[in-house]
Design a binder for this molecule. Structure first.
Ligand SMILES: Nc1ncnc2c1ncn2[C@@H]1O[C@H](COP(=O)(O)OP(=O)(O)O)[C@@H](O)[C@H]1O
Ligand SMILES: [Mg+2]
Length: 351
């Protein structure tokens, strides 16, 4: 049986609004599990229900086989890290971390050992006596992480812990959080709306939308094999083909047909560009005119107007020679394996 099991969780606010609507998932021991979805989709509501800060309207949560409904929040042994650092500026780093142990009546000698260990784990060992006020946002968030870990929690919950940090620090700290989590081996549920962060940090990702789960899978499964149009668009970018004769001809050339497919789409990095008269060399071709060229260092995005709609083609490692001018005639190459199809309700059909 899985370590944490959420079964058919629902949370209603007000007369009719469902913040969670039939959410079922399970998290394994030691797993780094991420809730990913747009603002308002119910991530925090689910996390708070697991922590015991709010009750579910219906559904069940079990941790290590026991039902959490009857366990008050302070007895759940769950560590939490929030977006706000929530450090006490007038307490030393040591005392900030020790604060988590206060209500637990831990003997003084043990406090010293455990706080020291937690500070070592987040690499703040040398700063135990400092006041947090003078420390960076990244360091303050590591204090928060140490405080969550010092209670030896059965589960670690993190709600957008990196949102208040600048981009570069966010990337550094997410690597650290992942390393620390693997080292302490505590099952962790991590909340973010940042798809790249989710891909980088997670063992598995649960994509949520409007209080429901769209898909649960490894980063590779979520990105490489999205099961709904929502997942495909939220994680990564998607070109949607315009329906019509050009699309039909292209699908015909590729031998692709799905009766009832409402939408055909393709990822920018699966397309390529060639000269206007290219035969496609096994790929289908769409004639087009470049309307924009965006150079991004390790990649370039070429926007092309075609009879099947506007497509963005992502080219890796663009050298000087790869530059395309607006107005240039090109062919967009669509490999057989690139197109994905979705039904009218957004479910993945094929491709
Ligand atoms: N206490 C509450 N009362 C009423 N509505 C709430 C309450 N808490 C959250 N909501 C609503 O529930 C939805 C989900 O919120 P939340 O779980 O915070 O989303 P997320 O964390 O994914 O951004 C939002 O529409 C939010 O406005
Ligand atoms: Mg939230």
């Amino acid at each position: 049986m899985s370590y944490l099991v959420v079964t058919d969780a629902a949370k209603q606010f007000g007369p009719s609004f469902m913040a969670l609507n039939g959410v079922s998932l399970s998290v394994e021991r030691g797993e780094f599990f991420t809730l990913l979805g747009p603002s308002g989709c119910g991530k925090t509501t689910l996390l708070r229900a697991i922590a015991g800060f709010n009750d579910l309207t219906s559904g069940e949560i079990t941790l290590d086989g026991s039902n959490l409904r009857v366990v008050p929040p302070h007895q759940r042994d769950i560590g939490m890290v929030f977006q706000d650092y929530a450090v006490f500026p007038h307490l030393s780093v040591f005392d900030n971390v020790a604060f988590g142990l206060k209500p637990r009546k831990v003997p003084a000698a043990q406090i010293k050992t455990r706080v020291t260990q937690a500070l070592e784990a987040v690499r703040l060992g040398a700063m135990a006596e400092r006041l947090p006020a003078a420390m960076s946002g990244g360091q303050q968030q590591r204090i928060g992480l140490a405080r969550a870990m010092v209670i030896n929690p059965r589960l670690l919950l993190m709600d957008e812990p990196l949102s208040n940090l600048d981009a570069k620090l966010r990337i550094e700290l997410r690597e650290e959080i992942r390393d620390i989590q693997k080292q302490v081996d505590i099952a962790t549920i991590y909340v973010t709306h940042d798809q790249e962060e989710a891909l980088a940090i997670s063992d598995r990702i649960c994509v949520m939308n409007s209080g429901k789960i769209e898909q649960i899978g490894t980063p590779q499964e979520i990105y490489g094999n999205p099961q709904t149009r929502f997942v495909a668009e939220f994680v990564g970018t998607l070109n949607i083909f315009q329906p019509g004769a050009a699309l039909d001809a292209m699908l015909g050339k590729l031998g692709l047909a799905h009766a009832g497919a409402a939408t055909w789409a393709v990822r920018p990095e699966h397309l390529d560009l060639a000269g206007p008269d290219s035969d496609g060399n096994g790929s289908a071709t769409l004639p087009g005119t470049v309307s924009k060229y965006t150079y991004l260092g390790r990649e370039a995005h070429v926007q092309v107007e075609t009879p099947a709609g506007r497509l963005v083609v992502q080219l890796p490692n663009p050298g000087m020679a790869a530059t395309r001018e607006a107005g240039e005639a090109v062919s967009v190459l669509v490999p057989r394996t690139a197109p994905m199809s979705f039904s009218a309700n957004g479910a993945r059909m094929g491709g």
